[in-house]
Design a protein around this ligand. Structure first.
Ligand SMILES: C[S@@+](CC[C@H](N)C(=O)[O-])C[C@H]1O[C@@H](n2cnc3c(N)ncnc32)[C@H](O)[C@@H]1O
Length: 215
């Protein structure tokens, strides 16, 4: 099994062997952040984000879960026209993300909101045409209700780590905390798939990614 437990090793190894590396400063920073152990999006999730940005050409992007700013900077680079709002609660990540945005968000298109997404989201009344959800997995059902409210018709919604190391499909988590996260992710995926306002595909890449369009 692959490290996330949702694909076979030989498939993951093959995909990684043929994947074209990113280039430029973001590729160099991505390598450093990954090697430093920051939980940034997996390379193929970054590729998906880049493709969606190129197709959608979003004007307003919301990200929940900034970490050190990798995916926000990738979206900013792929969508130079877009304004990006990104939310992070961990002070260590906030400090690092601010340094990275100061250095690499040269057009100052990224706005970092500091705090818990559960507190911040209800206070946002803007509309977005792309949302990337990559934060506390147990809160995905709650965040989805807020995202639904803020996403334009025709807007794209991506959520990451939805299979949680394959546990969601196995339904057999080991510890209590995992059990709650697995139950909530299962609830979230069923809610998203069944929502008549959305068309969704669940992609078994990385740790499981959903790609949805709001009709
Ligand atoms: C997987 S990382 C995000 C990676 C980032 N999207 C990237 O690819 O560069 C998840 C981040 O979400 C943050 N986070 C988790 N729960 C949160 C919450 N309730 N509110 C705000 N941030 C949260 C964590 O501190 C962590 O930095």
């Amino acid at each position: 099994m692959s490290k996330t437990g949702i694909t076979f090793d030989y498939i993951s190894e093959y995909l990684h062997s043929v994947r074209a590396e990113r280039s430029g400063w973001i590729a160099e920073k991505e390598k450093v952040w990954r090697e430093s152990g920051y939980p940034i999006a997996e390379p193929e999730v970054g590729d998906l984000i880049e493709i969606i940005c190129a197709l959608k050409k979003p004007k307003r992007i919301l990200e929940i879960g900034t970490c050190v700013g990798f995916s926000a900077l990738l979206m900013s680079q792929s969508s130079p026209e877009a304004d990006i709002v990104t939310i992070e609660r961990n002070p260590v990540m906030i400090k690092e993300a601010k340094i990275n945005f100061d250095m690499y968000d040269t057009n100052k298109h990224i706005k970092l909101l500091e705090g818990d997404a559960a507190d911040i989201l209800p206070g946002i009344d803007s509309e977005f045409d792309l949302v990337f959800l990559d934060a506390a997995k147990g809160q995905y059902p709650v965040y989805f209700q807020e995202i639904k409210r803020m996403l334009d018709s025709g807007g794209i919604f991506i959520s990451d780590n939805v299979l949680f190391n394959g546990f969601v499909a196995q339904g057999a988590p080991d510890r209590h905390r995992n059990k709650t996260i697995v139950m909530r992710l299962d609830e979230y995926l069923k809610m998203l798939e069944a929502d008549p306002e959305f068309k969704t595909v669940l992609l078994p890449i990385s740790d499981g990614v959903t790609l949805s369009i709001k009709k």
